[in-house]
Design a protein around this ligand. Structure first.
Ligand SMILES: Cc1cc2nc3c(=O)[nH]c(=O)nc-3n(C[C@H](O)[C@H](O)[C@H](O)COP(=O)(O)OP(=O)(O)OC[C@H]3O[C@@H](n4cnc5c(N)ncnc54)[C@H](O)[C@@H]3O)c2cc1C
Ligand code: FES
Ligand code: FES
Length: 1336
């Protein structure tokens, strides 16, 4: 085929409609095509790199060979449109909608409360939908595998899985089916009686035209020509060989999961791309007695399915290599990645930490390659992998197929991997190990060990293998092998990705795992109850009153159908421009010059906005400290916003931004860590201090004094919807309409007005919904909105700014990392008499809300404990990292971790008398009406009730014993438990956030429109406001509509933050509704038998106003830092949580076996929404304390800028058994309908998993002969956990050349009795709660 030919026409279907594209651009991915070209905005952008699943669609293709249709889920963000010839794409819009018929998947995820902010929901729906197309009655494993590639930041996954589980005949939620592990009747958060049945006849049929095209029309090669790239798609092997001969450097794009991210994130560029996805030879599979040969184009899912079949079909001893591959394939990427990534692509990509290559290499697999010179066979071994991303293939060679042999008699193979997250995360170290014994003996005939993650490519442990071959597989041999291995796999301290000690440890401990299993082989050769009140059984409450009932999130259905409109779903305006920010590449430097000339020459670029363009105030002032909107003379972190390029589209703006040249002069001594800040006294002032009693004197009177410290890393918000806004100048009287995704529209309004130098009445901010925020969309959004508004102001055109995930993570900051130090004085009986705590928060380059965060840290340092002499000091460190900001909990999760760690240390110090920290906790807990350290009186009754109930429900006592027993029986797996209490304040001392307003209109037809100041971010505030209005107006909720949050409807609103949105706005809505209801009283009296409709009509005729504003003044709170006393909060939310984990000491991997949470949330307005908040916050906390790690380069560059580097919890991280109980009989006079704020408190309870891990680590250390206190910093990642366990292998790495004592190793034949635990992904979630006596 000539590459000079004209561009072809691309033909595919989307949602049953034919799409013909005459100008298909090879650089266009399906996601942007759907969203921008076809205006199908249900498919969302979350990361652009295949890591989050928000963009999941179903692709269907007709297979002429088998005359079947293949359906698979795929990430639209990595799917080039040019690859879609002949395919049928189904998006969330194609399966159901509210106008015609909602699909059962959409309905069930929504009704099961699996959609909070809803941004992940379309992706979840499509993953599940595709599963059902292939398997209408899936089991639990199918469901968790299907959802494994989809991230959700809000729900904690349990309700999503619950909704999906209703399709499983084995696990129908709400029945007493035998396969369910519920011990008591399961709870009913949703009514399963009226769910739509799954009806395959309602699905879109595969377009007959595509079948005809595939069957009848000759397949011809295609060429698509874009602006910068040419895409060639041959149909025959000959053509492919020819193309590769003429363009040896052109990549063969199969799944595009390597090439795509390289182009997108690393700026790779290929003038020609060859796409051989239509070359049949690349997809052939041949099974022989010797093994199986997969065409190189086969997707990893196809490989997995075929291998799964083979291990069932052929004798087990022949399937060692197949089972090892399956082991790796099960955890490689998400389902969407496996569905498109090809086996050949995986091999040729030659990732250093490829999971498959070590197995292929150790398993003696071969490649069949073809080129113009003919065919040849290549053994996949150490000679094949020659460097980072490099193989010994010649540039023009094409991998035709991969041959995987059956295993022989006496041959055994295993694969292991350790990754930051169990699933959908590239491995830290991964390995394939194969041994063959001489028949009838334990003498090693062949040994092959390959590792990934310990060098630039897949690495062979050749010398180690050679040292073992010919010898008996016994402890002596293996002991020497560890020493040899340590010598052989030596990593330089600058190994990419770091973690050198951990990686080296893993190489040893994975070999040890192999050893254990081989010794075993050789030896062989010789979830819970519910006390849920049924829906509708709320005593004394009218059946119409929705308050206290588990009402579905009011937008859940439209979120699930993709109809819900997020900011970037707003259609493009006429003449709209796109804005891309230019940020600093230096941590601390003077700006000498900003050269925008080249950027302005890029076609489509309209302007570059710098600080000089700001007509009004060039800075924002938070807590009294100014913060520049755009850097003027100096930058103070990498990621500091310097200027912004506006262009006709995003691509052009990005190109322009890349061409802005900023000349810097580095300033000396940037500060990154809190230690450096302390040394240089680099602080935002004032520092804070609070003291009760006399700490110094008390230290003289105690039995013991102990000093310790703990570090807690930051946490990225990772809201699924990145920062997004559209600013639209109206064209007259300096009016601007701003549509944005933010928590505090009033603040954005004020900021924009001041920046532009216009009154606030010209700016209206509109928030329809927010795709997750968690504190990250208050100040940062406002600053970006100011910049976008300046651009709109200057150009007079609408401007859209939607940050890419990497930009968002770089620019917008995170939770404050904290270094906490404690000095604690305590008695032999466990009483803590004095504690002195210091907190150093890393604020980054600007103050933002840091001074409020450090205050909150001090106000919470007592948590649940009555320490008579207590002192706390906190300081906000000014560093050259991106400015940190509010994050769910606002300093409390950091503060309390330090306190609980102190308690843990006391328990460990007193080890012989007090075995468990829980006892120390109980001894020191507030027991009666008490004063806090800031002299605020409260009654801890419900705190103690939560604690006691948690211990009882979790069966703490007997499980503690089982844990001890387990630990005695297992050397390499340890279990740990921890029970943690919480006392969390609600409301805030800040006046600005202590009030709320609402506006309620009743229309003549009886429908009601409610506006209030809260923003809907997934926390269900609009649903609760609808419930409030329904109760107060005595009308069904269906008559009430909650409109967008709009500063022109309800002015001077407070942020939706600090768990008080419902408390404040609920009271304001209640106020307005009460006014209206009272106004209607005369007409009700005139016509007592009338209906709402007749009363409204009469009221209108009688000229009674049907519109009212409501207002809530909030509590009179104060905090006097001089006197160190106050009433900074209205009330406390209490809770307790018990978690149990199992840790694999060899790798640091852990699994939460069970979590029981008891929360006092007063009388819940909506239990399903509140439970959603509890579970979501817990899982977010679990992520904070055990998983999520922000990594910076030594020069302050954030490395972790997407889901591939930064791991938030996925579906595989939910506790295997998860129980939530709501405390009954709790009243709260301080908030609406006696409810309590719940959004934030539970996040801290995720630390129960951290302390349970620490407990397990302590047990491991005891066996290593180490008793007493030790530091485990947060997050307790596998790396930290493994190193803290101090196994013989980590010790050996530390000592390096000292031989490991064989006797320090365990009895080898003994495998841990519970080895299957980590394989048990077939989890059952169980949960339950008390519905409290919720009547008013
Ligand atoms: C989100 C995500 C998660 C991932 N997780 C994991 C993981 O956990 N473990 C893991 O091992 N990998 C993981 N990967 C990597 C993934 O497995 C590989 O990117 C994939 O297998 C490559 O296959 P592809 O078909 O997409 O390759 P493409 O991107 O299409 O091509 C990759 C390279 O292979 C070459 N190539 C492809 N086919 C041939 C052929 N027949 N002959 C010669 N050259 C060929 C191309 O020229 C190109 O250079 C992940 C990737 C992503 C995006
Ligand atoms: S946007 Fe495609 S996977 Fe995240
Ligand atoms: S509901 Fe899943 S990300 Fe918000």
């Amino acid at each position: 085929m000539s590459e000079n030919k004209e561009t072809d026409c691309l033909c595919f279907y989307v949602n049953g409609k034919k799409v013909t594209e005459n100008n298909a651009d090879p650089e266009t991915m399906l996601l942007s095509y759907l969203r921008e070209r076809l205006r199908l905005t249900g498919t969302k952008y979350g990361c652009g790199g295949g890591g989050c699943g928000a963009c999941t669609v179903m692709v269907s293709r007709y297979q002429p060979g088998t005359k079947t249709i293949l359906h698979y889920s795929a990430n639209a963000c990595l799917l080039p449109v040019c690859q879609l010839q002949g395919a049928a794409v189904t998006t969330v819009e194609g399966i159901g909608n509210t106008r015609t018929r909602v699909h059962p998947v959409q309905e069930r995820i929504a009704k099961a409360h699996g959609s909070q902010c809803g941004f992940c929901t379309p992706g979840m729906v499509m993953s599940m939908y595709t599963l059902l197309r292939n398997k209408p009655q899936p089991n639990m494993e199918d469901i968790t595998v299907a959802l494994g590639g989809n991230l959700c930041r809000c729900t904690g996954y349990r309700p999503i899985v619950d909704g999906c589980k209703t399709f499983s005949p084995m696990c129908f939620v709400g029945t007493h089916d035998i396969d369910c592990v519920f011990q008591e009747p399961p709870p009913q958060l949703f009514d399963q009686e009226d769910l739509l049945p799954l009806d395959p006849t309602q699905d879109l049929i595969f377009p007959p035209e595509l079948i005809l095209m595939a069957e009848m029309e000759p397949q011809v090669s295609q060429l698509f020509r874009g602006e910068r790239m040419v895409w060639v798609s041959p149909v025959s092997l000959e053509e492919l060989i020819q193309l590769k001969t003429s363009h040896p450097q052109a990549p063969l794009v199969m799944g595009n999961t390597n090439i795509g991210p390289d182009i997108k994130f690393k700026g790779a560029w290929h003038p020609i791309i060859i796409s051989p996805t239509r070359v049949q030879e690349l997809f052939e599979v041949t099974k022989t007695l010797q093994g199986v040969c997969f065409g190189a184009g086969c997707s990893l899912s196809v490989v997995k399915a075929l291998l799964e079949g083979l291990v069932q079909e052929i004798p087990e001893e022949k399937t060692e290599i197949y089972r090892s591959l399956l082991q790796q394939l099960g955890n490689l990427g998400g389902q969407q990645i496996r569905n498109v990534a090809s086996i050949g692509g995986n091999i040729v990509s030659a990732y250093p930490n490829s999971d498959l290559n070590p197995v292929f290499a150790a398993g003696n697999c071969t490649l069949n390659v073809v080129s113009k010179r003919g065919r040849r066979e290549i053994l996949l071994n150490k000679d094949f992998f020659v460097g980072f991303g490099k193989t010994s293939l010649k540039p023009d060679e094409i991998v035709l197929s991969v041959f995987i042999p059956v295993s022989r008699q006496g041959e055994f193979m295993r694969a292991f991997r350790q990754a930051p997250r169990k699933e959908n995360a590239l491995a830290t170290v991964t390995t394939g190990m194969r041994v063959m014994f001489i028949e009838g003996s334990s003498v090693v005939k062949e040994l092959s060990i390959y590792y990934g993650g310990v060098g630039p490519c897949t690495v062979s442990a050749t010398k180690t293998c050679a040292a073992v071959i010919g010898r008996k597989w016994d402890e002596q041999t293996l002991s020497e092998a560890y020493t040899q291995l340590l010598d052989e796999i030596s990593l330089s301290p600058s190994h990419p990705g770091g973690q050198v000690e951990f990686r080296r440890s893993l190489t040893l401990s994975l070999l040890f795992k192999f050893n254990l299993q081989m010794l075993h082989k050789l030896w062989e050769m010789v979830w819970t109850g519910s006390l849920f009140a049924p829906i509708g059984s709320l005593l004394g409450q009218s059946g119409d009153d929705p308050v206290g009932r588990p009402i579905m999130h009011r937008s859940a259905i439209s979120q699930a159908t993709g109809e819900a409109v997020y900011c970037d779903d707003i259609p493009k305006m006429d003449g709209e421009l796109h804005l891309v920010l230019v940020t600093s590449t230096r941590p601390h430097a003077k700006i000498l010059d900003i050269d925008i000339s080249e950027a302005l020459r890029v076609p489509g670029v309209v302007d570059v906005i710098t600080s000089k363009d700001i007509p009004g105030k060039k800075f924002r002032t938070f807590t009294g400290i100014d913060e520049g909107i755009l850097a003027q003379n100096e930058v103070s972190c990498v990621g500091h916003m310097v200027c912004a390029v506006v262009a006709d589209n995003r691509k052009q703006a990005k190109r322009g931004a890349a061409l802005v040249k900023i000349a810097y002069e580095d300033l000396p001594g940037p500060v990154f860590t809190v230690e450096e800040a302390i040394e240089k006294q680099s602080f935002f002032l004032p520092q804070r201090m609070i003291e009760r009693g006399n700490v110094d004197e008390a230290f003289d009177k105690v039995d013991h004094i102990y000093e310790g410290e703990i570090r807690l890393g930051g946490q990225e918000h990772f809201y699924m919807e990145t920062q997004s806004m559209v600013v639209v100048p109206s064209g007259e009287e300096r009016e601007l309409k701003v549509y944005l995704s933010c928590q505090h529209p009033t603040y954005a309004q004020e900021s924009i007005a001041e920046t532009l130098g216009i009154p606030s009445n010209r700016v209206s901010c509109h928030v329809k919904r927010v795709g997750g925020a968690f504190g990250g969309k208050v100040t940062k959004t406002s600053i970006i909105a100011c910049i976008t508004s300046v651009a709109a102001w200057k150009t007079g055109r609408a401007v859209r700014c939607v940050l890419e995930r990497g930009e968002d993570m770089l620019i917008t900051g995170a939770r404050h990392p904290v270094l906490g130090k404690h000095k604690v004085g305590f008695m032999n009986d466990g009483r803590i008499i004095a504690a002195d705590l210091h907190y150093y928060a890393n604020s980054g380059n600007t103050a933002d809300e840091s001074l409020l965060v450090i205050e909150k840290i001090l106000l919470h340092l007592d948590n649940a404990y009555n320490v008579p002499n207590l002192r706390g000091r906190s300081v906000a460190c000014k560093t050259n990292l991106p400015s940190n900001t509010a994050f769910r909990g606002f300093g409390v999760p950091q503060s309390m971790l330090v306190t609980e760690n102190m308690i843990n240390d006391v328990a460990m110090k007193l080890g012989c008398n007090f075995l468990f920290p829980e006892q120390i906790r109980e001894i020191n807990m507030y027991k009666e009406v008490s004063l806090t350290h800031y002299k605020f009186e409260f009654d801890p009754k419900n705190l103690l009730r939560c604690w006691d109930e948690c211990k009882e429900k979790s069966d703490y006592g007997s499980r503690r014993k089982s844990v001890a027993q387990f630990n005695q029986q297992n050397r390499w797996k340890k279990r740990g438990m921890a029970t943690i209490p919480i006392k969390f304040d609600i409301f805030s001392v800040r006046v600005s956030v202590r009030q709320a307003a609402s506006l309620v209109h009743i229309y003549k037809d009886g429908s009601v429109l409610v506006s209030h100041g809260g923003t809907e971010m997934g926390q269900g505030i609009h649903t609760k406001m609808q419930q409030v209005a329904s109760r107060e107006l005595h009308i069904p909720a269906s008559l009430i509509h909650i409109t967008e949050t709009d500063t022109s409807a309800v002015p001077n609103t407070c942020p939706s933050a600090a768990s008080f949105g419902t408390d404040a706005n609920g009271m304001a809505v209640k106020d307005a509704c009460e006014i209206l209801y009272q106004r209607l009283e005369p007409v009700r009296k005139q016509n007592p038998e009338g209906t709402w409709q007749t009363w409204v009509t009469s009221a209108f005729i009688q000229r009674i106003s049907l519109s009212a504003t409501g207002y809530y003044r909030g509590h009179d709170l104060y905090m006097d830092w001089e006197k160190q006393e106050g009433q900074p909060y209205a009330y406390f939310t209490y809770g307790a949580c018990c978690s149990e984990v199992e840790v694999d000491c060899l790798t640091g991997d852990y699994r939460t076996v069970r979590t029981d949470i008891v929360m006092d949330i007063g009388r819940s307005i909506n239990p399903s929404v509140d439970i959603g908040q509890i579970e979501g916050a817990f899982i977010q906390g679990l992520g904070l304390y055990t998983l999520e790690e922000l990594k910076f380069s030594p020069s302050g560059v954030l490395y972790t800028r997407g889901p591939s580097q930064y791991k938030i919890p996925a579906v595989c991280d939910i506790p295997l058994q998860f129980n939530v109980y709501l405390l009954s009989g709790s009243d709260n006079p301080h908030a609406i309908y006696s409810s309590k704020g719940i959004g934030e408190p539970v996040l801290f309870l995720g630390s129960s998993v951290f302390f349970a891990i620490k407990d397990a680590v302590a047990a491991a250390r005891v066996e290593a002969g180490m008793v007493g206190t030790f530091t485990l910093n947060s997050p307790a990642t596998p790396e930290r956990t493994c190193l803290a366990c101090n196994t013989p292998f980590t010790q050996k790495v530390r000592r390096c050349h000292q031989p490991v004592s064989i006797h320090s190793l365990p009895q080898p034949i003994m495998l841990d009795p519970n080895p299957s635990m980590f394989a048990n992904l077939n989890m059952e979630f169980s949960y339950c709660f008390h519905l409290t006596d919720l009547q008013t």
